[in-house]
Each structure stands twice: as structure tokens, then as C-alpha cells.
Design a protein around this ligand. Structure first.
Ligand code: 2AM
Ligand code: CA
Ligand code: CA
Ligand code: CA
Length: 259
């Protein structure tokens, strides 16, 4: 895609997200339907479904060839990365959405024949978007972001998923102890925003494709390193423990893993 096409794509999708933001913040003042999915902590609301439906309709009109992988299942069954593939996480951090009315995100990512093109992560309550891609640059709203400093794990904050830390999985306690400090945000999108804006040196969590497709694309575009914690190849259609960090902190974490 050339710059004109990328700019059009960015403006179009950012426009959808601003419309979504107005709608979702209004929904927070109204009564919500809250249901559980796989267990009592796995929440879904009518707003998650409505928001996914809104994105699916917008994407289908804009890009009739789209294959859409959305968390709430209103898109398509996507089994390969051929053609135009869109990842949708309508509300990321649904528990924060329900309990805090803040610290939740909305994420979209677009890949063409397996190549990352552009992604968007919005901090909905703060109405801020990080958006961009490898050919376009990465921006926080209008401000271009630079590659974050190469701070080591010992000198920086590591962002972790709370459940994995609590249940001492994947070496998370050792990683937290080796870091200057650790943070748990309860939303993959908010975690990636902290990393992309240089407030943390790394993020590790067990994630599904819609949780990391946008974050991995934007991180890579900013020069951060992405991988899996077990050294297997990162596949955007496969769930796994994904690690994103600056290259120094990435090595520090892999070394702790291999001990
Ligand atoms: P969600 O709110 O979109 O479901 C919270 O710890 C973070 O992990 C959120 O980004 C949440 O996304 C995601 N999450 C929730 N349950 C999960 C699960 N079973 N596996 C992987 N990620 C999950
Ligand atoms: Ca969910
Ligand atoms: Ca999610
Ligand atoms: Ca979600």
C-alpha cells in the first residue's frame, strides 16, 4: 500500500474508533447485561457484542474481501492469513470495563497476506489511540512515537498478567523479582500502550490472537522485539505466552526462563 492508501485506511478506522468511543462511554451510564463465558471471571457484556457487530459491519462495507477474526465470534472462522485479515477485540479488559469504567481498550489489526499493515489500540476512557504500522510509523493520536529506551529488566517495569503471576506460571514470579518493579493492568491493550509509550520495558501474558495481533504489529513497527516465552515461532493465529520487550529486556527475560 502507498502512503495515500495507508493514510486513508488510518483515517477511516480511527473514525470508527472515535464513533465507538462515544457510544461505549454513553453505554457505561446505562444498564448493562453481564454474562459469564468459560468461568465466573470470564465476563462478556452486551457492549462487547454490540461493539464487535459495529466493527464487523464497518469492515465489511469498507473491505468486502475481509476475513474477520473477532473474539465474540461475529466475524468469520479464519484458518489462514491469505488475503485481507482483520483482528477485532471490541472491549479488551471487560472486567475493568464493568468494575472500573476505565483501564479497558479496543483493538483492531489489519494484515495482508500475512504481512502486518496497520493496527489501532484505543484507551477508551481516556480517548487516546496508538495507531500505525511498519510503513507508516506509530503515533499516539497526532504525536509520532520513537523507539523506547533500551532499559534493562533490572532498571525497568515489567507488565505481567495477574492470574499467571498469582499461580506462579511461566516463571512470572522470577521475572517480577528480577525487574525494578512489576505492574498488572488487567487489559492486554492497556499493557501494550504502556510499553509502546515507554512506560514499561516489557509485557508478557498468555494471549489469544485478538489480544496480541495489534500490540505485536505496533511493537514491531516501533523496533521492539516479539516472541513466545517457550521459544516457539510466534504465529498470529495461535494462542500462546507472548513476550514483547525492548531487545535488552527481552534477552534478560529469556535468560531467566532458561535457568
Ligand atoms: P478480554 O477482557 O478481552 O477477555 C485480562 O487479564 C486480560 O487478559 C484482558 O486483556 C483479557 O481480555 C485477557 N483474557 C481474559 N481471559 C483470558 C483467557 N482465558 N486467556 C487469555 N487472555 C484472557
Ligand atoms: Ca473476553
Ligand atoms: Ca482481550
Ligand atoms: Ca474482549
Amino acid at each position: 500500500m502507498n502512503t495515500v492508501q495507508l493514510t486513508k485506511l488510518d483515517k477511516t478506522v480511527s473514525g470508527w474508533m472515535h464513533d465507538m468511543q462515544t457510544h461505549v462511554m454513553k453505554r457505561l451510564t446505562q444498564k448493562m447485561t453481564i454474562e459469564t463465558k468459560s468461568n465466573h471471571r470470564d465476563l462478556v457484556t452486551n457492549v462487547d457484542r454490540e461493539t464487535e457487530q459495529f466493527y464487523v459491519e464497518a469492515i465489511r462495507t469498507f473491505d468486502p474481501q475481509a476475513k474477520i477474526l473477532g473474539e465474540e465470534g461475529l466475524g468469520d472462522r479464519v484458518t489462514d492469513m491469505d488475503g485481507h485479515v482483520w483482528f477485532v477485540d471490541p472491549i479488551d479488559g471487560t472486567m475493568n470495563f464493568v468494575k472500573q469504567h476505565a483501564e479497558f481498550a479496543s483493538m483492531l489489526a489489519y494484515y495482508e497476506d500475512g504481512q502486518p499493515v496497520m493496527a489501532w489500540i484505543m484507551d477508551v476512557a481516556n480517548n487516546q489511540i496508538v495507531h500505525g504500522g511498519p510503513e507508516y510509523g506509530v503515533f499516539l493520536d497526532e504525536q509520532r512515537l520513537e523507539k523506547p529506551n533500551l532499559e534493562s529488566l533490572a532498571d525497568g517495569l515489567i507488565v505481567l498478567s495477574g492470574a499467571r503471576l498469582l499461580y506462579e506460571q511461566y516463571g512470572f514470579p522470577e521475572i517480577a523479582k528480577a525487574a525494578l518493579g512489576y505492574r498488572v493492568y488487567g487489559s492486554a491493550g492497556i499493557s501494550y500502550l504502556r510499553l509502546l509509550t515507554g512506560r514499561a520495558v516489557g509485557y508478557i501474558s498468555y494471549m489469544k490472537p485478538w489480544d496480541f495481533a495489534a500490540g505485536v504489529l505496533l511493537s514491531q513497527a516501533l523496533g521492539l522485539t516479539n516472541g513466545t516465552i517457550d521459544g516457539s515461532t510466534l504465529n498470529v493465529l495461535q494462542s500462546g505466552v507472548v513476550l514483547t520487550a525492548n531487545e535488552k529486556a527481552f534477552d534478560d527475560i529469556i535468560q531467566i526462563q532458561q535457568k
